[in-house]
Each structure stands twice: as structure tokens, then as C-alpha cells.
Design a protein around this ligand. Sequence first.
Ligand SMILES: *Cc1c(COP(=O)(O)O)cnc(C)c1O
Length: 255
Amino acid sequence: MIPSPHDAPAAPITPEDFARNLAAVRSRLEAAAERAGREAREIRLLPVSKTVPEDRLRAAVAAGITQMGENKVQEARRKSENLADLPIHWALIGHLQTNKARDAAAFAHEFQALDSLRVAEALDRRLQALGRPLDVYVQVNSSGEASKFGLEPADVPAFLAALPVYSSLRVRGLMTLAARTDDAARIRACFTTMRELRDAGLQAGAVGDGQLSMGMSGDFEIAIEEGSTCVRVGQAIFGARPATGAQYWPEPRRA
Ligand SMILES: *Cc1c(COP(=O)(O)O)cnc(C)c1O
């Protein structure tokens, strides 16, 4: 059974609330790893804090959260400035427009949604100027859904082969969002495609250390069974987000 986003816990407020949600997610993660014969500690839990205001993020940090995933550059940058007194690792996990590369390069610790050479070029130029490297994951559209960003699977090998010239980008692996469906077999097929692309990338020496960022609140157990090394979990930790389209699902691709 795939838990639906509507099963997400109510918005946590206190550090104790966050600790409880985190413990529940960690035990789901450990159970999935055990089923898959994997070590839970090889799987990173990236809490996704998008739409959650700063005061609640302070309580989350007090409960032990040290990294946060955000899908919008402006919101992420604002939070990183307002919470600059806290040691938070900021992961950008949403599509980036070329004209936001400067913003992203200024504060992000990693970028998990690289999907074009134009963005790679723009980021690299800004990063070179700042003298900073950036960990990146290449986003793949593994479901074929028109609403999703990311490369077509067939285009991934050539894309990876073109990245080494952007020397401030440190390629770490691949990222995806699975199909938006209750059909577990279709979700699993997305994750299997990713594992195969990653394995081919490792063979070619083109995908860094071969990390696989896949799995969200509703499907991370399946992702772990298929080899995920980073699950991005929002609602199961931070509470349900209002299901008003853009707030929850990535913004539709522009024509
Ligand atoms: C929002 C989001 C998530 C987390 O989704 P939840 O259902 O809240 O766990 C993961 N990855 C990306 C790219 C997202 O935008």
C-alpha cells in the first residue's frame, strides 16, 4: 500500500513533534532497507522544507534536522538568509531557470535538478566567479509525464558526457520524481529505469559516485528497494501541504 499525501501528519510545531515524525520516517526507511537487504545508513534522508515557514524550520533544526530541500530558488535563498545562524545544508531540488543561476550559485550547497547544458553553463560561470564548487544531480523524466522536468532517459548518456567541461559542477548522480499514480508497478518501473541509467553511467565513469536521489513521502520505500541513496521527504516530516497544485506538485513545464 502506498501512503497517500493525505495520510501526512498534521503540521508539527514543536521540536518534539518533529522528532516524532522523523522517527516514524526513519523506521519506515530502516524497514525498507532491511527488506531490500541494504544498510539503512547508506540511504540519506533529505527533509523537504518547501512552503514551511522559518519559525517552524527552527523547531525542525532543534529536533536534529541539518539539511533541507527546497524547490524554489527565491524561497530557498530567503530562508538561508533568515536562518543563517543555523548550520543548515541547503539542497535545491527544483527546476532552475538560467536567469536564476546567479542566485543559486550564491548560497546552494547542492543542486539536484540539472536538466540542460544552458543551466550547467550559467551555473558554472557564476561558480567560477565565486570560486565555489557545487554538487549536482542530473534530473531525469523517468515517467514520461509531460508535466515533469528532466531529461528523457535516452538523452542521459550524451548529457553526462558533456558535463566535465563545467569544472565547478561536481556530478554526484541522478534524480527523478516517479509517476504520479497509485499504481506501485508503474512507480517501481520509473525507479528501475533510473538504476539502470545510473549503472550505465558508472560503467562510463560519467556519473560521479553514482548517487540516486529518488523517493518522496508516498513512494520512498519502493525507491529504496530499487536502489535509492537519497530520499527526499517533505510531508511525512513537515506535515501535509495544502493540495493546491503548484504548492505541492512541481510547476508545469512551460511551452
Ligand atoms: C516536494 C518535493 C518532494 C517531497 O514531496 P513529499 O510528498 O512532501 O514528500 C520531493 N522532491 C521534490 C523535487 C519535490 O518538489
